[in-house]
Design a protein around this ligand. Structure first.
Ligand code: AHR
Ligand code: AHR
Length: 480
């Protein structure tokens, strides 16, 4: 059973069911989301390949070919029609913009689909809902998000919020928050944490701060199930799990916040927010794949069944194609200079570097050295390299140095992350010209990575061994 089938059978039906990637009811056959293209402003609905199935991303690819698209609406699959649209101005943030539709390609259920990649200034909302909890009613909610695309700014939320985009006081929100913002000290570990945004605070317990020293966060895992339930009166609970394997862990289950008034009972207003705080505080970043809200508190057994279904779907599975520059092929890029023929392009501490990888390297090192070839973000006749273990992050240059960073939808980012393959300058392998600096090529120099010209003012433009340093062997991926 799919998540909303599970919750319906448990007597706590979905009153909102949003997904970029798949149906959340086995009977759902409608649209998942709407995109709008930049070239002519026309919109198109993106639906499913089959009833109860996966997103028809090919329809998006053909509609958006030769231009760019943003996501303008996320349909509610429940009968309540609580669709999310781009959020307007609020008490703490100017009107948001739509997320780029092609930023977060992932494999789900063996299909190439797109998640939603939220950068600062992006968010979605529905201020006029039906069926969503208000004024102390009970509700549950979960989302599938990512532990690799987070920050410490307010507030990457999914759930219940104010109907006027303003902070109207304690208890007027009941939303999952996910990120590294520690509102009430202490928080244990370095996060990111699943917290409850109940307004005027991100809560890990009735005392605000974490009372659970084993709740150190999810770490940088690419797919996370984040869950909150709240009876609206005197109890809330937080859980999380790895969306690729295993079950859910409860990090808190207990009373409503007691350190200031307004949370017991709750005063939810019933709007739905995605990607910002209740007052449209929108400095946060995050990823969203699917999420639901229920009427009533789901049983733990229902939550477990939903997590099993999420795991069974296979978020982030292999694309099934390797070793070439074709779209969706998984590769590693090996240096060809004589110094370095067992060295590969990998990311480390957010930078692109060259390092030795062998069959006995750790899984982390192998994942860091694996890239998924995507159509060039600035031009589909070139390529971009999406990180295998940081979905929606790509290799890009900045001040001519290479980094792994999240795709933010800007024209500069698109260009900086686009490389045009050509025959290897040394006569072997492949060289990659920068799209926006076409005389500069992807190069290793002192084990760092740059875009470099053959002679020039920067140290990394050195003509010595330039042709070898810019010639790469497109190889089988290190990651399984
Ligand atoms: O509760 C945390 C944040 O505080 C809310 O999301 C926002 O409305 C307020 O700024
Ligand atoms: O890397 C060169 C330029 O540096 C990039 O185009 C831009 O992002 C930054 O200013």
């Amino acid at each position: 059973s799919l998540p909303c089938d599970v919750y319906a059978a448990a007597g706590t039906p979905c009153v909102a069911a949003h997904s970029m990637v798949r149906a959340l009811y086995s009977s759902y056959s409608g649209s998942l989301y709407q995109v709008q293209r930049a070239s002519d402003g026309v919109t198109a609905n993106i639906g499913l390949l089959a009833t109860g199935g996966y997103a028809n991303a090919a329809a998006q690819n053909s509609f958006c070919a030769g231009t760019t698209c943003i996501v303008t609406r996320i349909y509610d699959q429940s009968s309540k029609h609580n669709d999310l649209t781009v959020e307007g101005a609020g008490g703490a943030g100017a009107a948001d913009v739509g997320a780029p539709a092609d930023a977060l390609p992932v494999t789900v259920g063996g299909h190439q689909v797109y998640g939603l990649e939220i950068s600062a200034g992006m968010g979605y909302r529905d201020n006029s809902t039906s069926g969503v909890a208000t004024n102390g009613a009970a509700e549950g909610m979960y989302m599938v998000t990512s532990g690799t695309h987070v920050n410490g700014s307010c507030c990457f939320d999914y759930g219940n919020a104010e109907t006027n985009n303003k902070d109207t006081g304690n208890g007027h929100m009941d939303a999952i928050n996910f990120g590294t913002e520690c509102w009430f000290s202490p928080c244990y570990g370095s996060g990111p944490w699943v917290q409850a945004d109940l307004e005027n605070g991100l809560f890990e317990s009735n005392l605000g701060y974490s009372t659970n020293s084993s709740s150190t966060g999810t770490g940088a895992i690419p797919f996370v199930t984040a869950l909150l339930k709240n009876n609206g009166q005197d109890h809330f609970a937080l859980k999380w799990g790895n969306a690729q394997s295993g079950g859910l862990t409860t990090t808190y289950s207990g009373g409503e916040p007691s350190t200031s008034s307004g949370y017991s009972p709750m005063h939810q207003e019933g709007a739905i927010v995605l990607g910002t705080g209740g007052d449209n505080s929108n400095g946060s970043i995050g990823s969203f794949f699917e999420g639901v809200m229920t009427s009533g508190i789901p049983t733990d057994a229902a939550d477990d069944a939903v997590q099993s279904n999420i795991v069974s779907v296979g978020y982030g599975g292999a694309t099934g194609s390797t070793g070439s520059l074709d779209s969706a092929s998984e590769i590693s890029l090996k240096a060809t200079t004589s110094c370095c023929t067992t060295d590969y392009v990998r990311h480390q501490n957010n930078a692109g570097v060259l390092s030795a990888i062998t069959s006995s390297s750790s899984a982390l090192d192998k994942n860091d050295a694996t890239w998924i070839v995507r159509p060039g973000l600035a031009s589909s006749s070139c390529v971009s390299f999406e990180s295998r273990n940081y979905p929606g992050d790509y290799l890009r240059h900045y001040n001519y140095k290479i980094y792994r960073q999240p795709m933010d939808g800007t024209t500069t980012y698109r260009q900086d992350a686009t490389f045009c393959p050509t025959a290897g300058k040394s006569g072997t392998g492949t060289s990659f010209a920068s799209y926006n600096y076409p005389t500069k090529y992807l190069r290793h120099y002192n084990y760092n990575l740059y875009i470099a010209s053959d002679g020039g003012s920067n140290a990394w433009d050195s003509a010595t061994s330039w042709t070898d340093d810019v010639s790469w062997a497109v190889s089988s991926p290190w990651a399984p």
